[in-house]
Design a protein around this ligand. Sequence first.
Ligand code: IDP
Length: 135
Amino acid sequence: MAIERTFSIIKPDAVAKNVIGKIVSRFESNGLKIVEMQLKQLSREEAEGFYAEHKERPFFGDLVEFMTSGPVVVQVLEGENAIALNRELMGATNPQEAAEGTIRRDFAQSIDANAVHGSDSPASAEREIAYFFGK
Ligand code: IDP
């Protein structure tokens, strides 16, 4: 299987709950390496640009509000099948529907405050990594 890179965000709810280490540990113990990492406060413009594909969705305003409500951790994860593996470790968007043992099931409380973001395809991974870390 190919070594891939994917983009991940530990969202403001998880940072506020002090579970950065627990979430990173899930990545590491499942074979993903952290190759870039930064704690940062997103500006409104950065959050709007990052989620531009959701601009027309009714929850867009709340999503931007939430993503700028406190610091996040942006990171690049590398490993075999990293994009799909990270999505599997995260669990479903709605934590109530996320499988047992997933990050969202264990650390998230609601569909809008759902602990983590992860790229959903090679094209998004490339775009999202470039958006925060350049080439
Ligand atoms: P994903 O994060 O699992 O890839 P997307 O459908 O790409 O899910 O949605 C991006 C983010 O938008 C979600 O992680 C969640 O925080 C938020 N979101 C998605 N659907 C809803 C909704 O129906 N209400 C509120 N927030 C939502």
